[in-house]
Design a protein around this ligand. Structure first.
Ligand SMILES: Cc1cc2nc3c(=O)[nH]c(=O)nc-3n(C[C@H](O)[C@H](O)[C@H](O)COP(=O)(O)O)c2cc1C
Length: 151
């Protein structure tokens, strides 16, 4: 099984990226977790450039998702929502239907006591719009867990 993991932060010391890397170390022998690192290369979404073929970074993202059996998205919370770079990536997946019925796990990590729950809520709404399959309960990681993974 191949999982594509997307951390919704461009920050070098990102705790969400650290969380994704920690999860990658926990996968079993039959599971590969590949980390997508092209979020910052995607152009700002506009229907005017959502062409066939699409911009190269967009086709790269779409093919990575298409080749994956499941997707893991780990988002920080920026101003009560997900960061614009992550929403931008998801907007590029609307017309392609790349996440249609694709199993997607959603996580949020934030140093606040609420653990990024508002960003996670927004992310889950967007995944609903994209008709992704979100199994089980999605998770919020608070500052305590963040400390554990950074040690
Ligand atoms: C512009 C900005 C807005 C933020 N807004 C929130 C917020 O609304 N709620 C929250 O819990 N944390 C907020 N934070 C704190 C981030 O959750 C924190 O910086 C987190 O570590 C970012 O994730 P990262 O470590 O993966 O980059 C904000 C940070 C920035 C830079």
């Amino acid at each position: 099984m191949e999982i594509l993991a997307i951390a919704g932060s461009l920050r070098i010391q990102s705790s969400n990226a650290a969380l994704v890397r920690a999860i990658a170390q926990l996968t079993s022998q039959n599971t590969t977790l590949k980390i997508y690192d092209g979020l910052g290369n995607l152009p700002p979404f506009s229907p005017d450039i959502d062409t066939e073929p699409p911009p190269q970074p967009v086709s790269h993202l779409r093919s990575k998702i298409s080749n994956a059996d499941a997707v893991l998205i780990c988002t920080p919370e920026y101003a009560y929502g997900m960061p614009g770079v992550l929403k931008n990536a998801l907007d590029w997946l609307v017309s392609s239907g790349s996440l249609y019925q694709k199993p997607v796990a959603a996580l949020s990590a934030s140093p606040s006591d609420r653990g990024g729950d508002r960003a996670l809520t927004w992310l889950l709404q967007t995944l609903t719009a994209l008709v992704a399959t979100v199994p089980g309960q999605s998770l919020i990681c608070n500052s305590i867990y963040k400390r554990e993974i950074s040690e």
